[in-house]
Design a protein around this ligand. Structure first.
Ligand SMILES: NC(=O)c1ccc[n+]([C@@H]2O[C@H](COP(=O)([O-])OP(=O)(O)OC[C@H]3O[C@@H](n4cnc5c(N)ncnc54)[C@H](OP(=O)(O)O)[C@@H]3O)[C@@H](O)[C@H]2O)c1
Length: 240
């Protein structure tokens, strides 16, 4: 059985993934924005659950989250699930926080929530405000970046399996009630990759419903990956 950190585990796809992992017998470390709203998660994970609060748009809180995961005994896998669809938090929450957690939380498997919308993203890194004081990137841009980050990690961390997942358009707070795809299927692929029991998961790629797809060409472009990682290293002072 594995120990798995899920960010944004208090609601939506993160909650579904945490519940499914717990049902499969794994130990879930649940990141939540606020413990006050974590009652339902505590219920499904049980009293012994490790729940760690952090505001992911604040880099110091992301570092504190990484320290608390280490204190709790570390993890085998991370599902970088938390995300926002608009506002100045787009870069800090969708890109910087997964980068910082990748740098500071050793794990054999990293799973990053991408989106089919990454295909509309622009592979440009100039003029970005990584700190989020100003909104300088779109949701699609951020998901293209996190997809490229996922593709860079196995080159920089040999032996680590690193995958990006398009969960489909599913009915969560972000997806909206009328989203047409299946919520359960929306978290199945992340869970399957994080568990890492199926030999088919011992790879790195871009997935939708347990099938590999070809992402936006920039995500597979080593020059774009390296430029992205260099920009994030410069902003955070952390190397992968
Ligand atoms: N739903 C879809 O159709 C869809 C499609 C493609 C990709 N995705 C991706 O799937 C992931 C999960 O999305 P979802 O649909 O489950 O969205 P959601 O229902 O809005 O949940 C987002 C989660 O992220 C957490 N979060 C957001 N901002 C945060 C911050 N600043 N600090 C800490 N936690 C924060 C939220 O915590 P709070 O509850 O406290 O706000 C919540 O737990 C996202 O990365 C999203 O981009 C979703």
């Amino acid at each position: 059985m594995a120990r798995i950190l899920v960010t944004g585990a208090g609601s939506g796809l993160g909650f579904g993934a945490a519940r499914e992992l717990a049902e499969d017998g794994h130990t879930v470390i649940g990141h939540v924005r606020s413990l006050d709203r974590a009652g339902e998660l505590r219920e499904v994970l049980g009293d012994a659950a490790v729940l760690i609060p952090a505001e992911l748009s604040d880099e110091s809180e992301v570092r504190e989250l990484a320290a608390r995961v280490a204190e709790a005994g570390g993890v085998d896998a991370v599902i970088h699930n938390a995300g926002v669809i608009d506002g100045p938090g787009i870069l800090p929450v969708n890109v910087v926080a997964p980068y910082v957690l990748t740098a500071l939380v050793p794990a054999a498997r990293h799973v990053y929530l991408s989106s089919g919308m990454h295909r509309g993203g622009h592979p440009r890194l100039d003029g970005l405000d990584w700190s989020g004081r100003r909104a300088t990137a779109s949701y699609s841009d951020s998901k293209l970046m996190v997809t490229a980050l996922a593709a860079a990690v196995p080159r920089l961390r040999p032996g680590v399996f690193s995958n990006a997942v398009d969960p489909g358009w599913v009915p969560t707070r972000m997806g909206g009630r009328s989203a047409p795809d299946d919520l359960e299927l929306g978290h199945r692929t992340q869970v399957w990759l994080a568990e890492g029991e199926d030999p088919a998961t011992r790879t790195s790629g871009y997935w939708h419903h347990q099938r590999q797809q070809r992402p936006h060409p920039a995500a597979a472009d080593v020059a774009f990956q390296d430029a992205l990682v260099a920009a994030l290293r410069e902003h955070t002072g952390l190397a992968l």
